[in-house]
Ligand binder design. Structure first.
Ligand code: DX5
Ligand code: ZN
Length: 221
C-alpha cells in the first residue's frame, strides 16, 4: 500500500448553495485535497463548475485545489483555472490531439499536471506522456456523474500502471482514482497502487461527512 495516501473529496456531490460548508467538512475531516469536477456538456453530458467558482473558493481554503477538466478544447481553460487559483489541472487524453502542448501550458502556469483516461481508453495511450506529468487520474466510472458504481476492472489497470511506473523510475507520478469509491472498496484500491482517492457521494451524502473522511484515513493506517 502507498504510504503517500491522500483523499480528495469531490465537491460535485456537495450542496452547491453552500460550498463553504463543503470546505469546512474537508478541513475538519483533514482531507488533503479538494477535487473540482469541471464538465462542459460536450465532453460529458453534465455541466458543472467554471473558474469563477474556483476563484471564490480560493481565498476560503489553503487546501490543494485539484481541478479535473472533463471538457473539449481543454487548452482554452488552463489559464482561467490557473489564474483562479487551481494547484493542479488534469485534462483528458481523449479530449486532445496535442497532449504535449497542454502539459507545457499547465506547467507554464505554475500548476501541477494531471492526465486522465476514461475506463475504455487503453493505458498505452498515456504512457508516452508520463515523464512529463505529476499525476495520472484513472477513471473508475464513465465520467459525467457522481454516484455511479466502481468498475471492478479498474483495479487491474491501477496495478498495471503502478508496475509500469515502478519499472520506469517514475514512482514520483501519483496515481489518482476517481469514481465509485466508497469506504468498503477503498482499501482494495489503495492496495492496487492508488495514491489519491477521489470520493464524492460517499463523503458528501453521508450522515456524518467529517467522520467519513476520517474513516478513509483510518483505512490507510
Ligand atoms: C465523475 C467525477 C467524479 C465523481 C466521483 O465524472 O469525475 O469525481 O464526482 O463521485 P462519486 O464518488 O460519487 O463516484
Ligand atoms: Zn473527478
Amino acid at each position: 500500500m502507498s504510504n503517500n495516501f491522500k483523499l480528495a473529496p469531490s465537491i460535485l456531490s456537495a450542496d452547491f448553495s453552500d460550498l463553504q460548508s463543503a470546505l469546512h467538512i474537508c478541513k475538519s475531516g483533514g482531507a488533503d485535497w479538494i477535487h473540482v469536477d469541471v464538465m462542459d456538456n460536450q465532453f460529458v453530458p453534465n455541466l458543472t463548475i467554471g473558474p469563477l467558482i474556483v476563484k471564490s473558493l480560493r481565498p476560503k481554503t489553503r487546501k490543494f485545489i485539484d481541478v479535473h477538466m472533463m471538457v473539449i478544447n481543454p487548452e482554452t481553460l488552463v489559464e482561467p483555472f490557473a489564474k483562479a487559483g487551481a494547484d493542479s489541472i488534469t485534462f483528458h487524453i481523449e479530449a486532445t490531439d496535442d497532449p504535449n502542448s497542454i502539459i507545457d501550458l499547465i506547467k507554464s502556469c505554475g500548476c501541477k499536471v494531471g492526465i486522465s483516461l476514461k475506463p475504455k481508453t487503453p493505458l498505452s495511450d498515456i504512457l508516452p506522456f508520463l515523464e512529463k506529468v505529476d499525476l495520472v487520474l484513472v477513471m473508475s466510472v464513465e465520467p459525467g456523474f457522481g454516484g455511479q458504481g466502481f468498475i471492478p476492472k479498474s483495479n487491474d489497470r491501477i496495478l498495471e500502471l503502478k508496475k509500469y511506473l515502478n519499472e520506469n523510475c517514475l514512482d514520483r507520478v501519483l496515481i489518482q482514482v476517481d469514481g465509485g469509491i466508497k469506504l468498503h472498496n477503498a482499501k482494495e484500491i489503495m492496495n492496487a497502487g492508488a495514491d489519491v482517492l477521489v470520493a464524492g457521494s460517499e463523503v458528501f451524502k453521508a450522515d456524518n461527512p467529517i467522520q467519513t473522511i476520517k474513516e478513509f484515513y483510518n483505512l490507510s493506517e
